[in-house]
Design a protein around this ligand. Structure first.
Ligand code: ZN
Length: 241
């Protein structure tokens, strides 16, 4: 599914129209919301119309449609029709963009310094922390802990991000471009994969929301490193403010 937020990452308030409605959920003609996936939490926010407002509590994708689950009984859903305003919670989105972009910086350094180690899991949390699991069979956790300073250097350098689309076959044939063993972003209807590039540092397939440049993030702290099985190293990190 094509996401509006990929083309318009800065648009958090959008005048749009209800395209379909069922009790407790609606489809919008255009939606600024990120519905979650790839370890990034779904956006929160509201849908407003003349005379009311409902919270968006979640998302369902079915038959290529993005359903916004709304905190409203059926009779209220009936009012959500025609022109509406869709509003993404800006603080929540900013936090997710910072966490997500910083996770790519961490991921880039682990990939480069630990023999192309792949990601086996990632999950961001609303408290401004995240965990990433890497397949690193043998490495001293001190070496991983030492990544905090270089990560924050790369954040301070305010490196721009680019977003491009490449054919699935090309993405699969390029070593390191699909970085995760567990999560691969779904291809677009025309068979392309979205690539997120931190210029000069890293390129990898990803379907989440990111900053325009690394400097949009506050510094991060590495909080904890656990050995989860022989191959699995779990790194917890958090935004420093
Ligand atoms: Zn990403």
């Amino acid at each position: 599914m094509h996401l509006y937020c990929h083309d318009h990452p800065e648009t958090l308030t959008l005048e749009t129209t209800v395209a379909d409605a069922r009790p407790g959920k609606v489809v919008l003609v255009e939606s600024p919301f990120y519905p979650g996936g790839g370890g990034q939490m779904a956006d929160r926010g509201v849908i407003r119309w003349t005379g009311g407002e409902v919270k968006v509590t979640g998302f369902e994708v079915s038959a290529g449609k993005l359903w916004h689950l709304i905190d409203a009984p059926g009779e209220v859903t009936g009012e959500v029709t025609g022109a509406v305003e869709a509003v993404v919670d800006p603080d929540f989105r900013r936090k997710m963009r910072q966490l997500h972009t910083s996770s790519h910086v961490l991921n880039a350094l682990v990939f480069q310094q630990f023999d192309g180690a792949l990601v086996t899991g990632v999950q961001m949390a609303e408290d401004g922390t995240a965990r990433m699991d890497f397949d690193i069979p043998a490495a001293d956790n001190e070496r991983l802990r030492a990544l905090e300073a270089p990560i924050n250097d790369l954040i301070r350098q305010d490196i721009p991000l680019n977003f491009v689309y490449v054919p699935v076959s090309e993405a699969q044939a390029t070593p390191g471009l699909i970085r995760s063993r567990s999560v691969a972003p779904p291809p677009t209807p025309d068979g392309k994969i979205r690539i997120v590039e931190i210029v000069g540092l890293d390129r990898q397939a990803c379907g989440g929301t990111h900053l325009a440049s690394t400097g949009g993030s506050v510094p991060i702290r590495l909080l904890k490193i656990d050995n989860k099985g022989r191959h699995n190293r779990r790194i917890r990190f958090g935004l420093s403010e």
